[in-house]
Each structure stands twice: as C-alpha cells, then as structure tokens.
Design a protein around this ligand. Structure first.
Ligand SMILES: Nc1ncnc2c1ncn2[C@@H]1O[C@H](COP(=O)(O)OP(=O)(O)O)[C@@H](O)[C@H]1O
Ligand SMILES: [Mg+2]
Length: 263
C-alpha cells in the first residue's frame, strides 16, 4: 500500500519462514549456553534480540553461522526450509547467511579492499567503483587500504563489518550490537546501511531479506524499524512482542521483572 510521500507501509503478514530454530540446545567447552531456543523469522521480517550481558545472544548468532566449538546438543536450524545444523560456516555463508560480529578479529595481511573485492567476485558482481561507493556510504574510504580491522576504532570496526556485508549481500543478516561504540554522526550512516541491507524501502512481502539484530540499549531502533523484539534470558528466548514495549518494560522493571512476568 502506498501512503502520502511515497513511503510504503507494511500491511501484509508474511508466512514464509527464512529462519526456523527449533528446540536448540548448545554448549561451548561443556558449558550450556543455549537451552531449548525456539525462534522463527519470516522473509521480510526484522527481529531485535534483547537480553542482559551473558544471556546467550552472541552464542545464538555464532551457532546460526556455524562457528566451530558451538556444539548443538539437540534441536535444529532451518534456513529457507533446509536443515543447516550440520553445515560448515563457509557452506552457510554461501547459502546467504551473513553476520556482523560484536568483536571481530583483525586480519593482518589482508586489506579491507581486497576482502570486499573477493566477496563481490564470488557473487559474480565485482565492480571497482562499487567498492568506493560502499565505503563512502559508511565513511570508510580512508580504511580501504588498511588491514581488516587492524588498529580500527570501535566505530570503524562496526562500520567495516557492515561494509563487508554490503559486499556479500546476504539474504539473512545478523548484526551483533551494531550500535555500540558508534558515535552520533556515524549511527545515522549505520542505520541507513542496515535499512538498505534489509530492503526496508520495500513492503515486507516484496523483500527477499530478513534480519536479526542484537541491541543492548536499543539505540538502533531509532534508525531501523524492527517488526518484533525477543528477550533472551539465561540462554532461552523467553518472550516476544513489540520491540518498543519490551524496551520500556526492561527500562522500568528490569530483566528480573521480565522473568517474574512469565511466572
Ligand atoms: N567460546 C566460549 N567459551 C566459553 N564460554 C563462552 C563462550 N562463548 C560464550 N560463552 C559463555 O556463554 C555465556 C553467554 O555468552 P554470550 O553469548 O556472549 O552472551 P551475550 O552476547 O548475551 O552477552 C557467557 O557466560 C559466556 O561467558
Ligand atoms: Mg554479546
């Protein structure tokens, strides 16, 4: 539906699940980090994942992308109907899953520009001028010739992760605290690029993307419209609802209040 000003409104409910996580229990080094997690994300949908430090948010994203060491004890993960639980990280990325890490490593000896070129070549869509266009969008032109994330500031790392996602163009986009450590000027750029990655200019039913965004303080919600929020506590997704209502509840009652509310 078109509204005044040409902006499209989401009026349709999308039924096709892009990500389906069923009864997922995961351990790392014999420590259980996820317990019986259930989460469905439809194509076109954007979910924000809230939760206190150490509740398992990052572990969930790392398990979905397939980081070695995150051992699935039970349950499964489906991507566009395909069981990916046993696939390697590169197989999952090739299928169209992408992640911007909370704390990515620096890659000594690999220039950011070369990584972007490789990602675009793999997709058969390499154009030199695209690299500059993407970097300009994220105010990172000065970082292109540097080793990936090496000596980058906190904000530059966050933007460099997004830049790599622009080059990869994944269908399912996971962002681990894209708003933390980003200053007020750059958070605008970050929001704009996330909206572009998630095709937020289209109606939900026309989008081919879906997103899962972890946010601690919820700043990113001022720039990116999320359809649903979920709260993770002690390794389990305990509830879901309107993201702003959930944030307000957390602000007023704390996460302990959320746990009590369930009882
Ligand atoms: N690779 C790992 N080795 C040991 N413990 C881990 C590892 N990854 C996560 N954990 C533990 O799992 C818990 C959840 O961590 P994490 O998923 O990073 O939480 P969040 O992102 O919600 O802050 C924490 O207690 C953390 O120390
Ligand atoms: Mg985390």
């Amino acid at each position: 539906m078109e509204v005044a000003g040409g902006r499209e409104m989401d009026v349709e409910v999308i039924e096709l699940d892009m990500i389906e996580i069923n009864n997922l229990t995961v351990s790392v080094e014999d420590k259980r980090v996820l317990k019986d997690v259930n989460l469905h994300i439809a194509q076109g949908e954007t979910i924000v994942l809230l939760g206190p430090n150490g509740s398992g948010k990052t572990s969930l994203l790392k398990t979905i992308i397939g980081i070695p060491g995150y051992k699935v004890e039970s349950g499964r993960i489906l991507f566009s109907g395909k069981d990916i639980t046993g696939l390697t990280i590169d197989e999952r990325v090739r299928l169209g899953i992408g992640i911007a890490f909370q704390r990515p490593p620096a890659v000594r000896g690999v220039r950011l520009k070369d990584m972007l070129r490789i990602c675009m070549e793999k997709r058969g869509d390499f154009k030199e001028e695209k690299i500059n266009e993407f970097a300009r969008k994220l105010n990172l032109l000065n970082c292109l010739d540097r080793d990936i994330n090496l000596g980058f500031s906190g904000g530059e790392i966050k933007r460099s992760e997004l830049l790599q996602l622009l080059a990869q163009d994944p269908r399912f986009i996971m962002l681990d605290e894209p708003d933390s450590g980003v200053d007020l000027v750059n958070i605008n750029l970050v929001g704009r690029v996330i909206n572009e990655l998630l095709e937020k200019d289209k109606m939900a039913s026309k989008r081919t993307k879906a997103g899962l965004i972890i946010t601690h303080a919820g700043y990113i919600l001022d720039y990116v419209n999320a359809d649903r929020g979920c709260i993770m506590l002690n390794g389990t997704v305990i509830c879901s609802g309107n993201p702003r209502d959930l944030l307000e509840d957390i602000r007023t009652k704390g996460y302990e209040g959320c746990a009590r509310c369930l009882k």
